[in-house]
Design a protein around this ligand. Structure first.
Ligand SMILES: [Zn+2]
Length: 69
């Protein structure tokens, strides 16, 4: 299962983990201030989310839309 981690480069919101199939990811438009990271398993997603969140001191979480899968 592939997960996608959403990073807001200006640090306005926390880091969120989505599934690659999530419409937030599939419908997203590339912008200058956001970035998506793809990883192959949930453990890697957690590790990366934690690393990224430290840059912004915003924390991280699994996105609500991608909780029960
Ligand atoms: Zn999602």
């Amino acid at each position: 299962m592939t997960y996608c981690i959403f990073e807001d480069l200006i640090g306005a919101v926390e880091i969120k983990i989505h599934l690659k199939s999530c419409t937030h990811y599939t419908n997203h438009l590339p912008t200058e201030t956001t970035k998506w990271h793809e990883v192959d398993d949930y453990k890697s997603a957690e590790i990366l989310a934690e690393q990224l969140s430290k840059k912004y001191k915003k924390g991280w979480k699994r996105a609500e839309c991608c909780h029960d899968v």
